[in-house]
Design a protein around this ligand. Sequence first.
Ligand code: PLP
Length: 234
Amino acid sequence: MTTIAANLQAVQARIEAAAKAAGRDPASVRLLAVSKTWPAACVREAAAAGQTAFGENYAQEGAAKIDEIDDPRLEWHFIGPLQSNKTRLVATRFDWVHSIEREKIARRLSEQRDAHRPPLNVCIQVNVSGEASKSGVAPDEVLPLARAVAQLPRLRLRGLMCIPEPTPDAAVLGRRFACLRELRDRLAAEGLALDTLSMGMSDDLEAAIAEGSTLVRVGSAIFGQRAYPNPTTE
Ligand SMILES: *Cc1c(COP(=O)(O)O)cnc(C)c1O
């Protein structure tokens, strides 16, 4: 077995154990393999081991990799910060975007999504860490943005995403993830039923699953340490 295949198995075992510990069905948590910075060969290796969903957070790198791999069985998720001049690249290549934080970006993605493809699945990124983080919308701005995004014809609003600030305090981390779950419940009460809570990474997926994560985004525990730093957590 290759290292990537063995790592995938180990991560799946962690997901299963965390789900069971939380009294949840392990099948209710999906694994997104975050392949940013890793070459197409690593994605192919993971795909050969049965992994189908991959995450990228640089638009150009991701689009080039998707074109190179050209495998319709794979599902591609854009999880990084998204600027207006990169929306077309993302709208035409990816299946999901987790990092919606502005209506203007959402509108461009909807306009640029090819008519022959299914709607683009999107999540709103929420700043659950207050002052400690800059990306994502504030919790009290989620409902109006969700209402606006839900109106866009070529997007399908699926859920919420968060990246808590790095913290060694398990109680703080748990509260950040719980905040996203409570927001999801509040939106449901307003008639916006969402099926996805995108939260949890290599170091904190257990805490995220305990608070209801339905999709964990895991990079280094599958592919190894990245050679260049992760801009989203700096
Ligand atoms: C890089 C990245 C991940 C994966 O991080 P790891 O710690 O390597 O698992 C998850 N989510 C986002 C948004 C990322 O940019």
